[in-house]
Design a protein around this ligand. Sequence first.
Ligand code: HPA
Ligand code: ZN
Length: 318
Amino acid sequence: MARDWATLPKVELHLHLEGAAPPEFIRALAAEKGLNLGHIFAADGSYDWADFSEFLAVYEVATSVLQTPEDYTRLSEAVLRARAAEGVIYTEIFLAPQLCAADGSAWADVFAAIREGAARVPGIEARFIPIAVRHMGPDDALRVARIVADTPGASGFGLAGDERQYDVDAFAPAFALAREAGLGLTAHAGEICGPESVRATLDALSPARIGHGIAAARDPALMARLAEEGVVLEVCPGSNIALALCGSWAEHPVAALDRAGVGVTLSTDDPPYFHTSLAQEYAALNEAFGWSRKTFTRLNRLAMRAAFCDDATRTRML
Ligand code: HPA
Ligand code: ZN
């Protein structure tokens, strides 16, 4: 069934590079390096985690295997090939300098290596959005924003990680610096926390997009604000369901958000962790809400309008 949707050209704005690493890729790299990762894999070989905190912990252990620029070239090429094979024509990729280049001096080399891997893949256009990991704190986020602003090649700047940690206001200096550098801004909010987190994020950071934002569906005034201000949500239904933030596809708020006039776009977040792909998401949404090619094409056009790219790319894509 997922195969039907692979032929539809798709746009994905919320995909974490490290989170898109297949477990086999991480296992093979660990074996090459003689690294023992402990217990991050289940008996069937998939990533093993039980809740949001464990997901973040396993994610960081798996990512620790990626150590050289060459590792990252291989990863970005593999990730982009997998997306292109399921019909993604444009994607924006999050990556965490704090995880892939803890020593900031390595960032330029690692980032160049990632872009080189992506450039090897035909049929898909990629842009890159380095993110600060929220639970690593606001001071480090400011350091990351500075590194990102000083290194050419990024299209945006974002905030991900554990939304429960730190007051979002503390990240305002990092976002101000990124805005000043001309980067598109997006922040994860309203994923694990409630509508107040989305509201505080809008007030503190004024991002053009919110990662997830699904909690806004519980607050009609907030939905009206998002619609009015044109802030677009990067919704990842399969991720939300896998993390038990939402009971089922039929109960997922993406359809209610769309009906309320909020700009929604569709992504997978960390596909191997959540056993999903964008084509599978479309199949499940088709089944849950009867969403057709017409609906998906409308959402993909909206995604390109919200993309952090130039107008020529925007019109070339869809
Ligand atoms: N939420 C927060 N941080 C993340 C995620 C997510 O879904 N994926 C990778 N980092
Ligand atoms: Zn995410």
